[in-house]
Design a protein around this ligand. Structure first.
Ligand code: C2O
Ligand code: CU
Length: 692
């Protein structure tokens, strides 16, 4: 629903602009040589346009109200800018202009015609058109997000300046016209003038746009510690120079001296991968397999992973998604390390504390490298296993492969298997499915044939899970769900569902478990989605909705049609800004930070904060009432508002980005920056490091 309202709102903004723009052009024409009949017709036409325009104004007010019913954050900027700038001048049209045009219509004469050329009869139309245009621009081209004083004052100052200038100009034209002039010029002169005006307009437009494109060009080198766009603590700046101590990311390593409990080597290499269907893809894989090798360790063990890069002409890195490692082990090329060059190696060492289903993946140009296969599962088991004896532990890592730019369907659930995967499973066997979404887009699943329990979300165990049936599981990019059930006598089928408008369609492929490996079951298509915020039972948490937060940070996500790094296209903006301007948060160790995500765009945004887990406080205004929901990736669906909180307890420079990595690559990236932390690494075209 939200998305339709959003679309109506943008359309209303566009039509408002076109309609009031037309009236603005009509009223600005000189009242020359018009027969009374034509003058009357023109006035009638204009009044009809005004009536339609007023309906459109009412329409935009309505769409704003409808969007606002999903949360005020969605419309706060519309209320501050787009609406006043169209409602107030439209009222001026009604009060100042319309009476003059109606008078002319009632009694067409030279005098009433001249009156329609007065500033009062003309400028309100132009002001409405300009306001409508600003409303359109801020809805889809350069969006705004939660109202901030400076941008709003800038818009209003610019707007009022233009309106005053228009008024002065029209007053001058009116004076000239009242004095009987100017003489109507000959056709060639008028044509010439029209061409000149059009050329000037095009030049200004093209010049303005190429200037705007230029302002979005990413610098060749960016130091992330310098990109604290959030409010800093003091005038001393975001680095906490006043705090008197600073630490480099490079010093924030895992244990370096001790002997590791487990050692792994991951070799990144380019390989042709043949899918079960026979399709071939050019892949980049760890140790030649997809998914990469399963790393299964116990909580608290010291792990050492040596990554060797054998991909030609490509730098790589590895990030441990879901594990709050020390900053230097985080694997973010250009922030916590330099990317590993071809032929190079890098050693990661950390002691994971977060049990559950996680994964690792490249964090150099990840939008490309993860798609090409540089990822694998990382399972952290508790000291005492949480699996019932005899459990079949199945990793289901959904991944879409690409043939050049085109996604291949269906996605694989098991490495190379892009067909229905049949497995034998003896009735009575406890089954754990570890669903990992390695894609950017949301995956929806139905599990047919048995009730099941969701036992962990993003690796974190659910407190007192209950049976689920008749609900689809919605897993955002990067997210994980662990489900458990006891294998029944009849077959069980895991199926991906895809939404087409309000219709749910079954994606071919999936997983079929049955006693003999045969049989079938028609997949359910449950409409209702499993809600993790109401599932399971509450348990104590170190903080909650009623805690006092050091900082509150609100982010509104939009898709803009604008420039990014000089190229025109879809830009994924947070509060109207794309990386590196997207608002980062500066924190001090010990801070308790509340973050609000509002998704006003046309796509889900799985927001992933590195180095921390966030506790969900509320979803769409409803407090989370189930098991404490600790996430590393918060899938904010279209029209949703999530409130989450995290404790700043892991100093460093941490990425906070959308895990639809294409969105991250087109702007949806920011950071949590600890005061006093610096980095020797840089990111950008002139460095070996490319984010996302
Ligand atoms: Cu799983 Cu910044 O990534
Ligand atoms: Cu996104």
């Amino acid at each position: 629903m939200f998305e339709s309202y959003l679309n109506f709102d943008i359309e209303a903004a566009l039509f408002l602009t076109l309609l009031w723009g037309t009236t603005a052009v009509l009223v600005a024409r000189r009242p020359h040589h018009r027969s009374d009949r034509r003058g009357r017709r023109r006035a009638t036409f204009l009044l009809v346009l005004v009536a339609i325009g007023m309906l459109l104004v009412a329409g935009r007010i309505t769409t704003t109200l409808l969007m606002g019913s999903f949360g005020y954050l969605f419309v706060a900027d519309r209320v501050a800018v787009a609406l006043p700038l169209v409602i107030l001048p439209a009222l001026a049209v009604l009060v100042l202009s319309v009476p003059r045009w109606r008078a002319h219509r009632r009694e067409p004469s030279a005098a009433t015609r001249l009156a329609t050329f007065a500033p009062q009869a003309v400028v309100p139309f132009q002001a409405t058109a300009l306001g409508a245009l600003l409303g359109f621009v801020t809805a889809i081209l350069v969006t705004m997000g939660p109202p901030q004083l400076v941008p709003i004052l800038t818009v209003y100052t610019g707007y009022l300046t233009v309106v005053v200038l228009l008024w002065l100009w029209q007053a001058y034209r009116f004076r000239v016209a009242s004095n009987g002039g100017p003489v109507r010029r000959s056709l060639p002169v008028r044509a010439l003038r029209a061409v000149a005006v059009a050329t000037a307009f095009v030049l200004v437009l093209v010049g303005g746009l190429s200037w705007a494109a230029g302002t979005t060009t990413l610098p060749g080198r960016i130091n992330m510690a310098d990109h604290a766009h959030g409010e800093a603590y003091s005038a001393a700046g975001p680095h906490g120079a006043h705090a008197g101590r600073s630490v480099s990311v490079a010093e924030l390593t895992g244990p370096r001296a001790e002997t590791p409990d487990r050692r792994y080597t991951l070799v990144a290499e380019a390989k042709k991968l043949r899918l079960a269907s026979g399709k071939e893809v050019d892949a980049w894989l760890f140790n030649g397999q997809s998914p990469g090798p399963e790393l299964r360790v116990k909580r608290g063990e010291l792990i050492e992973v040596t990554v060797v890069n054998k991909v030609p002409d490509t730098n790589v890195s590895v990030h441990w998604h879901g594990v709050d490692v020390p900053n230097a082990e985080d694997g973010v090329a250009g922030v916590t390390q330099d990317a590993i060059k071809p032929g190079g190696t890098h050693v990661y060492r950390f002691r994971p504390d977060e049990v559950g289903t996680h994964w690792y993946h490249s964090h150099q140009q990840s939008s490309i490298q993860v798609k090409k296969g540089l990822f694998g599962p990382l399972i952290i088991e508790p000291e005492q296993t949480d699996l019932a004896p005899g459990t079949q532990d199945v990793i289901v890592a959904a991944h879409t492969w690409y043939d050049d730019k085109l996604p291949l369907e269906p996605p694989t659930l098991f490495g190379t298997i892009d067909q229905l995967e049949r497995r034998r499973m003896a009735p009575g066997t406890p089954v754990r499915l570890r669903l990992i979404n390695t894609d950017g887009a949301t995956h929806r699943y139905s599990l047919t044939g048995t009730p099941f329990k969701v036992v962990a979300i993003d690796g974190n165990p659910v407190n007192e899970p209950t049976d689920v049936r008749g609900e689809q599981l919605v897993i955002g990019g990067g997210g994980r769900y662990d489900v458990e059930f006891t294998m029944p006598t009849q077959p069980v089928r895991l199926t991906e569902l895809r939404r087409y408008g309000s219709e749910l369609r079954v994606v071919e492929g999936g997983l079929l478990l049955s006693a003999d490996g045969a049989g079938d079951v028609a997949p359910d298509k449950p409409q209702d989605a499993f809600d993790p915020t109401t599932y399971g039972s509450p348990a104590p948490t170190p903080f909650g909705r009623d805690s006092t937060f050091t900082k509150t940070h609100s982010l509104v996500f939009d898709n803009e049609l604008w420039f990014y790094d000089g190229k025109f296209g879809v830009v994924w903006a947070s509060n109207g800004k794309a990386f590196p301007e997207a608002p980062s948060i500066t924190v001090r160790e010990g801070d308790l930070v509340k973050v609000r995500f509002a998704n006003r765009s046309h796509f889900d945004h799985p927001m992933h904060l590195h180095g921390h887990h966030v506790l969900v406080l509320s979803r769409n205004g409803k407090p989370a009432t189930g098991s404490p929901l600790w996430l590393d990736t918060v899938n904010v669906e279209v029209g949703e508002i999530w409130e989450v909180a995290f404790k700043a307890d892991n100093p460093g420079l941490w990425m906070d980005h959308c895990h639809n990595l294409d969105h991250a690559a087109a702007g949806m990236m920011s950071h949590v920056i600890y005061e006093g932390v610096t980095t020797p690494y840089e990111v950008g075209h002139d460095t070996p490091n490319e984010l996302e």
